[in-house]
Design a protein around this ligand. Structure first.
Ligand SMILES: C[S@@+](CC[C@H](N)C(=O)[O-])C[C@H]1O[C@@H](n2cnc3c(N)ncnc32)[C@H](O)[C@@H]1O
Length: 218
């Protein structure tokens, strides 16, 4: 990891923001949408899971489940759902609060506390997933280091699935949100062998975010 990223995470307001949000909000609002009530967040998560599952796919042979990483897993909602669907799931988040909650819920995934540019394993993943994390990373160097590291964890023909809007320009929105255009993701990922193959919008109310799928071609 870039030591500076851990230092930034440990010292700056970001850590306080996420730890507090994970401590003070329920399991859905803390990682979903703090502006929505419980029912709204149930719909928000269910809709996204329904869009996500076909993007990940499945293997019918239970002896060979897909190996999935959920990077920035929050309290583990998607990680647990993917484990229930038979996938083998590693999951991490920079917030100790979030990971403690996820671990307490159990449900299959292996959890760790880590930053996006920190996670390292000796085996590549079939799918690396990063839901609603990267547009919360305001610092461009931190964003690039995190994205680069996630890309390095995807096997050949595997997929990196990240979420952001699909706009042509940057859009800062409120506290801790900076939407970046797909071209910025592609400019970083394509030289690393990942091709942008799909954008699947959330289609949830006015939300313009969706899943960007990048496939490793070399
Ligand atoms: C909006 S929540 C999404 C959580 C989860 N992916 C979900 O959809 O339920 C954003 C998460 O990103 C985590 N996060 C923010 N910056 C991070 C970083 N640099 N490395 C790892 N996790 C980070 C926060 O702690 C928070 O749990």
């Amino acid at each position: 990891m870039h030591e500076s990223t851990r230092v930034r995470w440990d010292t700056k307001a970001t850590r306080v923001y996420w730890d507090t949000r994970h401590r003070e909000h329920d399991d859905l609002a803390s990682g979903g949408h703090i502006g929505l009530d419980r029912a709204g967040n149930e719909i928000f998560y269910a809709l996204r899971l329904g869009t996500l599952l076909p993007l990940i796919g499945d293997l019918t042979d239970p002896s060979a489940p897909l190996f999935v990483l959920d990077a920035g897993c929050g309290k583990g909602h998607f990680a647990r759902a993917l484990a229930r669907c038979g996938h083998r799931v590693d999951a991490f988040d920079a917030s100790e609060e979030a990971v403690a909650h996820a671990r307490a819920r159990g449900g299959g995934p292996r959890y760790a506390v880590a930053c996006l540019d920190e996670w390292a394993v000796p085996w590549p993943y079939d799918v690396v997933l990063c839901v609603d994390v990267l547009f919360h990373v305001l610092d461009d160097a931190e964003w690039a280091a995190g994205l680069r590291n996630l890309a390095s964890l995807v096997r050949i023909t595997g997929r990196l699935i990240v979420t952001d809007e699909n706009t042509g320009a940057r859009r800062p929105r409120g506290d801790y949100i900076l939407h970046r255009p797909a071209a910025e993701y592609a400019a970083l990922l394509e030289p690393l062998g990942l091709r942008h193959t799909l954008f699947a919008p959330y289609r949830f109310r006015e939300n313009e975010v969706g899943f960007h799928v990048f496939t490793r071609t070399r």
